[in-house]
Design a protein around this ligand. Structure first.
Ligand SMILES: Cc1cc2nc3c(=O)[nH]c(=O)nc-3n(C[C@H](O)[C@H](O)[C@H](O)COP(=O)(O)OP(=O)(O)OC[C@H]3O[C@@H](n4cnc5c(N)ncnc54)[C@H](O)[C@@H]3O)c2cc1C
Length: 621
């Protein structure tokens, strides 16, 4: 098959190709469709194999703390917690963002003496980290820090998402045949507890349960604390509240300064940091700022997306996927001009998606994804892009407010970067947050991963003497193994959805991508487990990679159905092959990168590669 495909690229033309390839592709497509149909039957309840209904550990069990205290094989150390003080910290944390500030508060509550070094302690107005998924909020609740998201930030409750087709006639996502133009994806009524529920089976969306039939767009009645909910806010307000929570801990000392280097011991281990204190006042000259060195048995690097220190324990490098241009729309209190209140909106715009979500009672954020080169803000190119290319694709009711914000100049941009985590362990140092791992922000999963990581790491290190390098290394290894499920699910979902929701300019691949996008939209519109399963993944409440992989391939099979029914034709079979090929090219590199599910195991990878060739070319948009 691979050779045939190579020949197709090369010397053979269509006339020669068809007689050779159609029997192969026909058999292959029919088999894959049968498998797809079999899968759909299982999920829709026609067949109910035991693996879907067998009990699985509940989220509580899964998040249960490992046994507190050092494991037996840890070598005892002379030192105890009392040997540390605020001037001689047990752990230094670099960066007081979502990851660093929550880690500082958590370690301090476990009795550790923490030094938190942050470059700038005043509020930094950024367009990142403005929507926290329910899974992240649950982690925050377990850390005892949920008030930071819920109180004093003018935050907005998020009940789910609306996926909206582009309003522009003839836009990439516009579908013929009068199909519905939006699909509502409400978060579940309760946290999934067994394998069936993790898959989305038998899960009621909160809206359907509370609003009897769940009229689209209607906000479910508030059952705060019971129903999983998300929160959106100004990131700086949330982070500032986390910093206050950390500062309120007697075991935390906060220093405003920029870490320029990690200090190394004789064996190459990290033994502390060198930092430059922040200017004390307006008049202080650069050279007057004091440089200090401070040592501790453990340094946690949480210096964010631009991390200059991550290379100490991360062999991967970030890749830029696209840029988000953030526009801040202002409106009267609780009068956001959006189609679905209390929901995030994903507009399937061409060439890549646009996000809309309210971030305070009087403000709504729009994030326009710009794939490829950014138009210049200086010569007005960016404003023109927003006015002429983005605005026509937005819902009509939202357009005037958007154009007004663009005219006002409330526009900021930020690169979207992705980087898989590296499990390399550098003695004396650990990475957290964006310094460790990044994914496309389309699904708003970054803070959820960071907070779940803080929760897991702090539990694994509970009672471990940080001087005991072997004990810390063992906890770090368990941390990397333990985080794989939630991190891989959120990372793969974000990066895969970004590619499904983007349409390349190249006409050869555009048609198939539009097919896959339409298949995804239709699949989510089916309701039941077909929407509840993906919502569980999006919300961070179902951190299960096999659920993600299965739903992803089900979407592709769902798309195949259109081309094979009622009778498979050679043209239909070819489109099926192309659809499965594009789906494979999107998902397989991500599974391989995250080492996730049995499909990432090399015999399966190689077998799939033989039929549907793919390489690491996923950043092609
Ligand atoms: C455009 C965009 C939108 C996003 N939207 C969302 C979203 O809606 N939901 C979501 O969950 N995630 C989102 N993310 C991802 C999310 O922002 C990050 O995953 C999250 O903020 C990571 O937290 P962090 O603590 O690692 O980094 P940060 O929150 O960036 O914190 C890093 C801190 O380190 C400090 N620092 C840096 N260098 C030094 C140094 N040398 N010395 C001392 N201090 C230093 C910085 O000042 C900063 O305070 C988005 C990302 C992008 C790019």
């Amino acid at each position: 098959m691979y050779r045939i495909v190579r020949l197709w690229d090369g010397s053979l033309n269509r006339m020669h190709f068809f007689p050779l390839a159609v029997p192969f592709i026909g058999v292959f497509a029919s088999m894959t469709y049968l498998f797809g149909f079999f899968g759909i039957s299982i999920i829709s309840g026609v067949m109910d194999p035991p693996f879907l209904s067998s009990p699985a550990p509940s989220p509580k069990d899964r998040s249960a703390a490992p046994a507190a205290g050092p494991a037996k094989h840890f070598s005892p150390t002379e030192e105890g917690p009392s040997d540390y003080g605020l001037d001689k910290p047990e752990v230094i944390i670099v960066g007081a963002g979502t990851a660093g500030a929550s880690a500082a508060a958590t370690f301090a509550r476990q009795g550790r003496k923490v030094l938190l070094v942050e470059r700038c302690m005043s509020e930094q107005d950024r367009i990142v980290g403005e929507l926290l998924q329910p899974g992240g909020l649950r982690a925050l609740e377990r850390l005892g820090l949920d008030a930071c998201a819920k109180e004093g930030t003018d935050s907005v409750v998020v009940d789910g998402y609306a996926i909206i087709r582009s309003a522009e006639a003839g836009g990439a996502a516009a579908a013929p045949g009068g199909r519905r133009d939006s699909v509502m994806l409400y978060y579940p009524e309760s946290d999934p507890e067994n394998r069936s529920e993790l898959f989305g089976k038998g899960v009621k969306p909160a809206a359907a349960a509370t609003a009897k039939g769940g009229e689209a767009g209607r906000r479910p009645c508030s059952r705060e604390g019971e129903v999983p909910r998300g929160r959106s806010f100004h990131n700086c307000r949330f982070v500032q509240r986390l910093r206050e929570a950390a500062q309120a801990e007697p075991n935390v000392r906060v220093v405003e300064g920029t870490v320029s280097a990690l200090l190394e011991g004789d064996g190459g281990e990290v033994v502390g940091v060198r930092y430059r204190e922040a200017a004390k006042g307006e008049g202080q000259e650069e050279e007057e700022r004091v440089t200090r060195e401070v040592r501790a048995p453990l340094t946690v690097v949480a210096d964010g997306i631009w991390s200059g220190l991550r290379k100490c324990a991360n062999t991967n490098r970030p890749q830029k996927l696209s840029t988000f241009v953030g526009v801040l729309v202002k409106h009267a209190a609780d009068a956001a001009p959006v189609p679905h209140k209390h929901c995030g909106h994903v507009v399937l715009a061409h060439p890549s998606p646009i996000l809309i979500y309210q971030i305070s009672s009087t403000e709504t954020r729009v994030l326009v994804d710009v794939a490829g080169a950014m138009p210049s803000a200086a010569d007005g190119g960016l404003s023109a892009h927003l006015r002429e290319k983005s605005a026509p694709q937005l819902p009509a009711m939202f357009r005037p407010a958007f154009l007004e914000a663009v005219a006002r100049g409330d526009v900021k941009s930020m690169p979207n970067r992705a980087m898989p985590a590296s499990s390399v362990h550098r003695p004396g140092a650990l990475l957290l947050g964006d310094a460790l791992n990044m994914r496309h922000p389309l699904t708003g999963g970054g803070m959820t991963v960071a907070l779940k990581d803080v929760e897991l790491l702090s539990e694994l290190l509970r009672g471990v003497p940080f001087r005991d390098a072997a004990a810390v290394a063992s906890a770090a290894a368990r941390f990397h193994a333990g985080r794989r499920a939630h991190a891989a699910t959120i990372n793969i979902l974000a990066n895969a959805l970004y590619h499904v929701f983007s349409t390349p300019e190249d006409p050869a691949s555009k048609g198939t991508r539009v097919d896959l996008q339409a298949a995804c939209f239709d699949y989510l519109s089916l309701g039941g487990c077909y929407s509840a399963g993906p919502v569980g993944l999006l919300s961070g409440l179902s951190p299960v990679p096999w659920v993600l992989t299965t739903h992803f391939f089900m979407v592709a099979f769902h798309g195949c159905r259109e081309h094979l029914l009622p009778v498979p034709t050679p043209g239909g079979v070819l489109r099926v092959y192309r659809l499965l090929h594009v789906a494979t090219k999107i998902i397989m590199p991500l599974l391989e990168e995250e080492g996730s599910t049995f499909l990432a195991w090399w015999p399966f990878r190689k077998a799939i590669q033989l039929v549907l060739p793919w390489e690491h070319e996923r950043w092609e948009n």
